[in-house]
Ligand binder design. Structure first.
Ligand SMILES: [Zn+2]
Length: 281
């Protein structure tokens, strides 16, 4: 099996970027790995996540405004959010992330579920402003609140709230309309994903714009739908495991069948998601 990492990098190399202008000088670039959030202004662009493919991302950024990228925040360590770190840093961006993002990028990291071992990244790609607790930044007349989720999708996930605009980037704790990956190899687990999903629901109101790690820009209703899907599937799989079903028997029982048409059409299908949940209950 070709690693999904290789397939996703190949796709990103030829992908077209879609630009979504939200509000408060906030835009989203969609199409190069995870969604990239961009805040423009006289302090220089602030990015949440770096995407994969330089040429397309560079062109899209230039089309938004003339300022250079001064700040890059990594929502977590995964390649589809950090592959662009090195070139963005080389053009002057300071990189902020959870300290576990730097830890995983610094060393050779195996992700069994992707059948891939990531080598350590070059020094210039490493975050240098590290956080372990919630932080508030003031840039481009905007209050940015960075919150650490604790172990959920990985052990390095942070959300970035743009307070005045009521916009929140929730990292890969939301795959809007898709089953999420859960990275047990670097501290993620299904119950942490559910806790993060609960926190996201609690943090949003009816006007909040929610930027997921993957999938279209969403809202509170979709945070609730995603949370409810995670909880329901977790309960079904936990019940099968409690009754002594093996992993293969649980997959064969198709516990996600009612959800697959809606959620199972992206990177993670129902069988794969069943395996991910089974590992954590
Ligand atoms: Zn991820």
């Amino acid at each position: 099996m070709e690693s999904p990492v290789i397939a996703i990098r190949k796709a990103a190399a030829i992908a077209k970027i879609n630009i979504h202008k939200l509000r408060g000088n906030i835009s989203v670039l969609e199409g190069s790995g995870g969604n990239i959030t961009v805040l423009t202004g006289h302090d220089g662009k602030v990015l949440v996540d770096a995407g994969i493919s330089r040429p397309q991302v560079e062109d899209a950024l230039a089309s938004l405004s003339d300022e250079p990228v001064k700040h890059l925040i990594n929502s977590h360590w995964h390649f589809d959010h950090t592959d662009g770190n090195e070139w963005l840093h080389s053009l002057g961006a300071e990189i902020t992330a959870h300290e576990n993002t730097r830890k995983h990028l610094s060393i050779s990291t195996r992700v069994n579920d992707w059948n891939f071992t990531f080598p350590p990244v070059p020094t210039g790609a490493l975050p240098t402003k590290l956080i372990t607790t919630d932080q508030t930044l003031h840039l481009n007349e905007t209050t940015l609140v960075l919150k650490c989720y604790g172990p959920s999708h990985t052990d390095s996930d942070i959300s970035i709230q743009f307070q005045e605009a009521n916009v929140i980037a929730v990292a890969d704790t939301l795959w809007n309309g898709h089953y999420p990956f859960v990275d047990y190899s670097t501290g993620g687990n299904i119950d942490g994903m559910i806790r993060a999903a609960e926190a996201n629901v609690a943090n949003a109101n009816d006007e909040t714009i929610v930027i997921p790690g993957h999938g279209p820009i969403g809202n509170k209703f979709q945070l609730i739908e995603f949370r409810d899907m995670l909880v329901a599937i977790r309960e079904k799989i936990a019940d099968l495991k409690r009754h002594g079903k093996s992993l293969d028997e649980t997959v064969a029982a198709k516990p996600t069948a009612d959800y697959d048409a809606k959620w199972g059409c992206f990177v993670i299908d129902g069988d794969f998601f069943t395996r991910l949940v089974y590992a954590g209950v």
